[in-house]
Ligand binder design. Structure first.
Ligand code: GLC
Length: 403
């Protein structure tokens, strides 16, 4: 499949997503991958909808409607959209709840709905997700911003979507170079603490558990708030539209003033906001989140993106190649993930770095051409790893079709 062959990309992406599609009663969603990932995941579904918008608008809508249908209805976490939905009711053993997890994932629902709407003009989709997305962002403010600085906190690495990243080693109390098993065991233990503390972020932080204001997560939230503002405007809710835009600006400003130092973005840990000094590709999501004043302001970050540590033969490694713990084949510890590339690609275009964006699209396409729709890839060789075939890797279609 050459980059110019849109039709071939549409066909292959369609085959992939259709083969992973699941119907449960009146709901339809797309599993990330056969056997390994059978349930519905939050940010996966957002990427799926963005892919579907190019060839199946109805399915793009249904994917997002299924996702918001299991929003928490009552209790302290009312409004949260869970990071996993168990349509088979198999969640109890881990979470104590049958049909969903008790944590969230990067909020891209309004972004996805807006992008789908741009193609389909399906106002039913916007009406179907709007109130849910509003309640979700209210929940973030109520439950995840205990210090009121407009930066929301994660209470588990799974919420970042970057499960096993070097970013979380020290804050998870892990050794310098933990095995995958050690890191996974620590994540399982943390779930028990979340249940014990009723997922209260402030209480968990005071007790010394994982409490991280993550740069990429907050940047994604800023972009989602901007999209929510646009959706509110389309629906004629002009007061809401201004309110969501103001909130987006607060988040962008907080990222710029509290997380950005000398061209680097730092995740902040604990109530005393200690910088986590672990360079990673999540920093480049600040472009996606509109966190820079203009392209000149973004230049130091762009220079880092284009440096040899990060612009590997197949960019962008999640941990830079000169990091002592760079492991090109190990889950989230240096591999390329195409959904992360999409966020960076989108952000590059936002600030007018079109050539770099195009180069990233071409390199991303080359990975799929070489290895197929794998979950993640080795940034030095392009070899595919993890589950196969993995749905969100078809996000390359969006990079090609939007060019
Ligand atoms: C892995 C990834 C997570 C993703 C899930 C389903 O757990 O770390 O980000 O949502 O798989 O693809």
């Amino acid at each position: 499949m050459a980059l110019s062959q849109h039709a071939a990309w549409v066909e292959q992406s369609g085959q992939l997503l259709n083969s992973n599609r699941v119907e449960v009663g009146s709901h339809r969603y797309t599993r990330p991958a056969p056997s390994t990932y059978e349930h519905q995941w939050l940010w996966d579904s957002c990427f799926h909808a963005i892919i579907y918008r190019w060839f199946d608008g109805d399915m793009a809508r249904d994917e997002l409607l299924s996702l918001v249908s299991r929003q928490v209805a009552d209790g302290p976490d009312a409004g949260m959209i869970p990071h996993m939905i168990y349509w088979d009711g198999a969640g109890s053993e881990l979470w104590g709840v049958p049909d969903r997890s008790i944590i969230t994932q990067p909020p891209l629902i309004a972004v996805a709905a807006r992008l789908v709407y741009e193609k389909t003009r399906d106002a039913d989709l916007l009406r179907g997700v709007y109130e849910a997305a509003c309640a979700y962002h209210e929940w973030f403010r109520r439950r995840r911003d205990p210090d009121g600085d407009h930066l929301v906190s994660l209470i588990h690495p799974w919420e970042s979507g970057w499960d096993s990243s070097t970013r979380w080693d020290s804050v998870m109390g892990l050794s310098a170079d933990p095995t995958d098993e050690e890191a996974r065991a620590a994540r399982m233990v943390l779930v028990k603490q979340l249940i014990a503390h009723d997922c209260n972020a402030h209480e968990l932080a005071q007790a010394g558990f994982f409490h991280v204001e993550a740069a990429d997560f907050n940047a994604i939230r800023a972009a989602d708030l901007e999209s929510l503002s646009v959706i509110a405007g389309i629906l004629g809710k002009y007061g809401d539209s201004q309110r969501w835009l103001d909130e987006a600006r607060h988040v962008q400003n907080a990222i710029r003033t509290r997380m950005l130092h000398d061209g680097r973005l730092y995740d902040l840990s604990g109530l005393d906001e200690q910088r986590i000094d672990e360079p990673n590709a999540g920093e480049f999501s600040a472009l996606f989140g509109g966190c820079f004043i203009d392209s000149a302001d973004a230049l130091p970050l762009i220079k880092r993106l284009e440096s040899y540590e990060t612009w590997t033969p197949y960019p962008v490694p999640t941990t830079p190649a000169d990091h002592p713990l760079f492991r090109p084949d190990r889950y989230w510890r240096g591999n390329v993930w195409l959904n992360v590339n999409w966020l960076i690609w989108f952000g590059l275009r936002r600030y007018g770095f079109h050539e770099t964006a195009q180069a990233l699209a071409e390199k991303s396409a080359a990975l799929v051409e070489l290895s197929g729709f794998h979950e993640y890839f080795n940034p030095l060789t392009g070899q595919g790893h993890g589950s196969f075939p993995h749905s969100w890797s078809a996000i390359v279609l969006d990079m090609i079709a939007s060019a």
